[in-house]
Design a protein around this ligand. Structure first.
Ligand code: G3D
Ligand code: MG
Length: 177
């Protein structure tokens, strides 16, 4: 019997780390440097295949502009989320330190913990890189998350981030049914 998976996934991380660029790259497959507008509390939809599991997934990717003033907006953003990408910018250490807060806020707004993938974005900016791969990997491992290095500019590992997340969302969903 064919089994269809549909998941809501949330983009988490500080401003300007590349959440909208990654979402746009993934859902529309192009990178527009003039793309300043954020989808707000709206979402984009994209189908993908998880080859290892031979399963198709429809992802609803929710992207939020900054920190909304109203708690109720954030509750709506998190409601029903089954997984998320914890994104930081490898050229700004504070964005890396803040992923802990994003994780806490996410779990605080949900009934249970959900799978998260740590995404070290902007790895194309090698010369201004501050946060090393080792640091990122260590934090992800300590916290039980997968770690991916990406660039929304070159497209490196953009699809791979969402595919990795989809795989663990499926496994999470199967483990509780
Ligand atoms: P946000 O949604 O997390 O706030 P955005 O972040 O997606 O709006 O991205 C913030 C800025 O970083 C944008 O620059 C965007 O083009 C740039 N950016 C995003 N991802 C990458 C990347 O992987 N590499 C590089 N070099 N830049 C990236 P502007 O100048 O348009 O504000
Ligand atoms: Mg944005």
């Amino acid at each position: 019997m064919p089994c269809e998976y549909r998941f809501k996934a949330v983009m988490l991380g500080d401003g300007a780390v590349g959440k909208t660029a990654l979402t746009t790259r993934f859902t529309q497959e192009f990178f527009d440097s003039d793309y300043k507008r954020t989808i707000g509390s709206d979402f984009a939809i994209k189908k993908l295949r998880v080859p290892e599991l031979d399963i198709d997934v429809t992802l609803q990717v929710w992207d939020l502009a900054g920190q909304p003033r109203f708690e109720v907006v954030r509750q709506g953003f998190y409601r029903g989320a089954r997984g998320g990408l914890l994104v930081y910018d490898v050229t700004r250490r504070r964005t890396f330190l803040n992923i802990q807060h994003w994780k806490e806020e996410c779990f605080k707004n949900l009934e249970r913990d959900i799978p998260l993938v740590v995404v070290a974005n902007k790895v194309d900016l090698e010369d201004s890189r501050i946060v090393t791969q080792e640091e990122g990997e260590a934090w992800a491992e300590e916290n039980g998350h997968l770690y991916v290095e990406s660039s929304a500019l070159t497209g490196e590992n953009v699809e791979a981030s969402f595919t990795a997340l989809s795989k663990i969302m499926i496994e999470d969903s199967q483990s509780r049914s």
